[in-house]
Design a protein around this ligand. Sequence first.
Ligand SMILES: NC(=O)c1ccc[n+]([C@@H]2O[C@H](COP(=O)([O-])OP(=O)(O)OC[C@H]3O[C@@H](n4cnc5c(N)ncnc54)[C@H](OP(=O)(O)O)[C@@H]3O)[C@@H](O)[C@H]2O)c1
Length: 264
Amino acid sequence: MSAYGTRWKGQWALVTGASSGIGQAIATELAASGVDLVLTARRLERLREFATKLNTKVEIIDADLEYPDAPRRIFDFTEGKGIQPALLVNNAGFGEFGEFRDLNPARQTAMVQVNCAAVVAMTHLYLPGMVERRQGDILIVASTASFQAVPYQITYAATKAFDLIFAEGLAEEVKRFGVRVCALCPGHTQSEFHEVANEPIPKQMTVHTAQYVAQTGLKALAAGKHYVICGVGNRLGMELQRLAPRRVVTAISERLFRPASARP
Ligand SMILES: NC(=O)c1ccc[n+]([C@@H]2O[C@H](COP(=O)([O-])OP(=O)(O)OC[C@H]3O[C@@H](n4cnc5c(N)ncnc54)[C@H](OP(=O)(O)O)[C@@H]3O)[C@@H](O)[C@H]2O)c1
């Protein structure tokens, strides 16, 4: 039996960003536990191909979360099919690496839309039903970037700090209704993320598999944790850095991530 047991077995889960990486790994884990799935992302063909590998009921909807009406479209789709997800996984997201003044401003604001506004909208649509049913779980994929500023990925780290704080606050607010919320905070993870973000992984960093990250998140959510940091090293690093002055932590982060091309 999986580490999160039969918590969602025979029920529906909705996973955003299910065409790749951590979202696919979460969907794979859930399908193996007998959970039916609603999968969403922009790349429809990818979702279709992925669905053929899953031994469970799967519904697919392509949606671009850069558009503010996308969460409502997804919600109407599940309502139309009579699906009330017992689990919502807000996983879709992306980053962009580089000196802020060189980055495309439209892509930076799209990042805020996908990583933050869409998370708020999706959660606001599905939460009332969960509260009414006195049952439901929400996993929000944040990051180790949630815990400090990260120069050269400043918007991304700010969006992930938002995700963590949003999840922690909501978790406390809705626990009396039997609804669980958990922020999953992975460090560097094997996926398409770094390619999309144009971000090299610093050599000394541990890289986890998406499967390990998925299992860690689902296990923590099922255990009622409000957040979880993936891996002992990341956990120690994040918790210990709280003791250091914030400015020192940011300066170390700047040295770690400074691109070779950084202009004087
Ligand atoms: N990989 C890491 O090192 C790492 C570390 C910490 C946190 N995370 C977080 O983990 C989450 C998943 O990322 P990943 O590592 O699995 O990266 P990934 O392999 O690039 O997957 C990202 C997923 O998000 C979807 N997505 C991106 N933009 C979207 C949009 N506008 N509308 C709808 N869906 C969109 C993508 O689907 P389509 O392209 O098909 O739309 C894809 O399924 C993200 O929230 C990321 O911030 C990743």
